[in-house]
Design a binder for this molecule. Structure first.
Ligand code: KMH
Ligand code: ZN
Length: 276
């Protein structure tokens, strides 16, 4: 098995300080969180940002400040969100791409998201994909439902590849979409190509550890963090994102699977080497 890539979704758009007192929100807090997570074994940071009032924003300058704060402290791979938050327009969501991040998330379909609807129709996903492709930003296809795999493959067929391999993230357990049962993860993984593809996955809320353990057994990679889950164990909030990283790194290590450094993760994902 390849070394394990742990991605931290440390901020998100929906989690609040009331939910999780250790949620990083300012640029300095996000930079410190990313560095602490990298030291614990993470190699990628899925980045959302907040405005001065703590509300989710896709503002380019706010992203730039967070990216600078991360870069002062660590060479972790930075993957900006294009999902943003509910109700944002496509133009708002696209803003961080102007900063040419190494990677960006791309959800390839509309789905229920709790009581809301996460809207990603064909026109939107084509626009997002071709913008990423034109700027050399590697998409991470965020898959909440099986049909979104076919949608992503349709993008590649219609517009050509957006990099030397296809990277998938299976997001399981958002209320209204696929749950985190191992058979669901197995179905999704079985539906993607075995060659020139890499995958990670995340279990939302109580699905965090079941999805993580299934992924480790299957040779996949893992995403975690306060965007996806705020608890360490049932009813006990995690102290910080790094605590969640450290547990998975330890379990993986004890199972004979080392964590990838950011540079090793870049090699596995065939991203360009980091230019310090
Ligand atoms: N905040 C969710 C509505 C992404 O980052 O690309 C969507 C999301 C996905 O977080
Ligand atoms: Zn996100």
């Amino acid at each position: 098995m390849e070394k394990l890539i742990i991605t931290v979704a440390g901020v998100g758009a929906e989690t609040t300080r009331a939910d999780q007192p250790a949620l990083p929100m300012t640029a300095a807090e996000i930079g410190a969180d990313a560095a602490q997570c990298a030291a614990a074994g993470a190699s990628m940071y899925h980045l959302h940002v907040r405005d001065a009032a703590g509300q989710p924003t896709q503002d380019k300058d706010t992203f730039a400040a967070a990216i600078a704060a991360i870069r002062e402290r660590t060479d972790i791979i930075i993957q900006t969100s294009t999902g943003g938050a509910m109700g944002m327009t496509a133009d708002q969501r696209l803003q961080p791409l102007e900063l040419d991040p190494e990677m960006a998330s791309l959800t390839t379909g509309t789905g229920n998201f709790g009581d809301d609807v996460f809207f990603n129709d064909t026109a939107l996903i084509e626009e997002f994909y071709t913008r990423m492709q034109a700027r050399g930003v590697r998409p991470e296809f965020e898959i909440f439902e099986h049909g979104q795999i076919a949608n992503a493959l349709r993008l590649i067929k219609k517009f050509g590849p957006a990099g030397p391999l296809v990277h998938w993230d299976f997001v399981l357990g958002v209320p209204g979409t696929m749950t985190g049962e191992p058979r669901n993860l197995a179905f999704l993984v079985d539906s993607i190509a075995k060659e020139n593809a890499t995958w990670t996955c995340t279990g939302i809320g109580r699905w965090h550890m079941p999805v993580t353990m299934a992924a480790l057994a299957m040779g996949g990679n893992v995403r975690l963090g306060f965007e996806d889950n705020i608890f360490y164990t049932k009813g006990v909030k995690a102290e910080n994102n790094a605590q969640l990283v450290a547990r998975v790194a330890r379990i993986a290590g004890e199972s004979g699977r080392e964590t990838a450094t950011p540079d090793e993760a870049r090699q596995i994902l065939r991203l360009a080497p980091y230019d310090k």
